[in-house]
Write a protein that binds this ligand. Structure first.
Ligand code: FE
Ligand code: CA
Length: 500
């Protein structure tokens, strides 16, 4: 291992730097990187001396603050690869989103910040391979759903210990809900409604040392799901569980939630929220090896039909229904047509494969409630000769591995791709350990299930993807080990899953 990595490993296994004057230390929310390109990466921090200050501003002054940043090929920072000064604006809750440029492709880097006379932790990041090159095997892991109250973030810690090259977060980074009785951990405040509420919720989550460690080890590529705004919201339709907001009030709430999401994520300035909107669907290219098509299935979707729950619902077959919006659907199909890399991976939020109970009921909040949209996309990638596309999914708080089929009602229909569903980091609590696929008899294409907390670890080469489901025994107490619960192999010219 490089000397620099040892420094980063020491930095992540030790507590964050304890400072002489704790109330002046502005890096209680940690640091992060994201959006790796072949010569660029985004560096993030948000200054807060008192993370849970009631006004959401983290105990910071109502002035802007200068933040120095440094990038180096070594953890000693003996020579700098890039550096500069960015302004942490009060209007953005003193967050900074630096695009570090001029880096070498396929390289490991270290970065840190300095502000108000204090220095942040040192973190590790990396760039993607040069365009047109395969690069070495890619260790990518993906996660979702980290409800603070549900338990400890042991799965984030175990993930960091595996030192992946890249982490995808597929949504529910925070939960806006009010506290529930009997929770393992109590969060501060009621249901998040105002900008200050959302800022404080992110601040509380980001004080967690296990979450900070997962950001310290690798760049993240993030997309939000519903709980970054409100459970099961659809476009500008407020969800059924919070009906007393007017449409205008919900629009304002979504705008504040998107603003807080941007402030707290390692996104590019181009992803900043504008009014109630946010430009989030995008491609992350990993040389010629892989293209990550990151989707936004919340902002532009039609409202759920038959409510948000598991229903028998013929209206879900309406041909015009969309979960991505027309523009994003076109963008996705255009991108898939270009065969930009060996692997096309779709990083997105909600369960994609057909999934119905014996009585014919499906989840109206996932692609089962938008069947025409799923059919258009699947037909689109078959028509464009995409080799074994892989859909990466969060949301359901269970691990699944699925073959994707042109016709889910026909067991003899050929596989046309695969879906890997990560379980939650914490949402849902310890789980039972069950690995029995629900409704397996009527869904033979659903091939793996686990209800433990954890993540999916992949190793991606031009010949295959090895996908390992990893789980911790419990999160009601800290410190559980991680163990393998299932593995699959994917090959470019063998659509669907291969049992490892
Ligand atoms: Fe969730
Ligand atoms: Ca969700």
């Amino acid at each position: 291992m490089l000397g620099g990595l040892a420094v980063a490993a020491a930095a992540v296994s030790a507590p964050l730097p304890r400072v002489r004057v704790p109330e002046r230390y502005p890096f209680h929310l940690g640091v992060a990187s994201g959006e790796p390109g072949s010569t660029t990466v985004v560096l993030w921090t948000r200054l807060a001396r008192d993370p849970l200050a009631p006004d959401g501003h983290g105990g910071m002054p109502d002035t802007d603050v200068a933040v120095e940043w440094q990038v180096s090929a070594t953890g000693s920072f003996a020579a700098l690869s890039a550096s500069g000064v960015e302004v942490a604006r009060h209007a953005d809750a003193h967050s900074v989103h630096v695009v570090a440029r001029g880096l070498r492709p396929d390289a490991e880097y270290f970065y840190r910040f300095r502000a108000l006379g204090e220095v942040s932790a040192v973190a590790r990041t990396r760039t993607a391979p040069a365009p047109g090159t395969l690069g070495p095997p890619l260790a990518m892991a993906f996660v979702s759903c980290a409800n603070w109250e549900s338990g400890y973030y042991t799965a984030y810690r175990r993930l960091a210990e595996e030192q992946p090259d890249l982490i995808l977060h597929l949504g529910d980074y925070i939960y806006e809900n009010a506290p529930v009785p009997g929770a393992v951990r109590r969060h501060e405040g009621d249901e998040a409604i105002t900008l200050a509420d959302y800022r404080r919720r992110y601040a509380q989550y980001k004080t967690d040392p296990d979450l900070q460690m997962a950001h310290l080890i690798a760049p993240w590529v993030v997309v939000p799901d519903d709980h970054e705004v409100e459970d099961n919201y659809a476009g500008l339709a407020r969800a059924d569980d919070y009906p007393h907001l007017t449409a205008g009030q919900f629009r304002a709430r979504r705008a504040m939630a998107y603003q807080a999401y941007y402030e707290n994520m390692p996104l590019r300035p181009a992803n900043a929220a504008h009014g109630a909107g946010m430009a989030l669907y995008r491609r992350i290219r990993w040389g010629r090896l892989a293209t990550f098509h990151m989707l936004d299935t919340r902002q532009f979707r039609d409202d759920q039909v038959c409510g948000d729950l598991i229903e028998v619902c013929p209206d879900a077959d309406q041909p015009g229904r969309t979960i991505t919006g027309a523009a994003q659907e076109r963008w996705l199909l255009d991108g898939l047509a270009q065969h930009l890399g060996v692997w096309d991976l779709l990083g997105q939020q909600v369960f994609f494969a057909g999934q119905r109970s014996a009585a014919g009921a499906g989840n109206m909040d996932d692609w089962e409630g938008y069947r025409a949209a799923r059919d258009r996309l699947q037909r689109g990638w078959v028509d464009r000769h995409v080799r074994n596309p892989v859909v990466l999914t969060g949301d359901v708080h269970q691990a699944w591995a699925n073959d994707l089929k042109a016709d889910y009602a026909d067991p003899d229909s050929a596989a046309i791709g695969a879906e890997l569903v990560c379980t939650s980091i914490s949402t849902g609590g310890d789980g039972t350990g069950s690995t029995l696929v629900p409704d397996a008899a009527v869904n033979p294409h659903l091939r793996f299930f686990s209800d433990r907390r954890g993540y999916v670890r992949t190793r991606i080469t031009a010949d295959r993807i090895q996908a390992d489901f990893r789980a911790v025994d419990q999160i009601s107490r800290p410190g559980a080990p991680v163990r393998p619960v299932g593995s699959f192999v994917l090959e470019p010219d063998h659509p669907g899953l291969i049992t490892a």
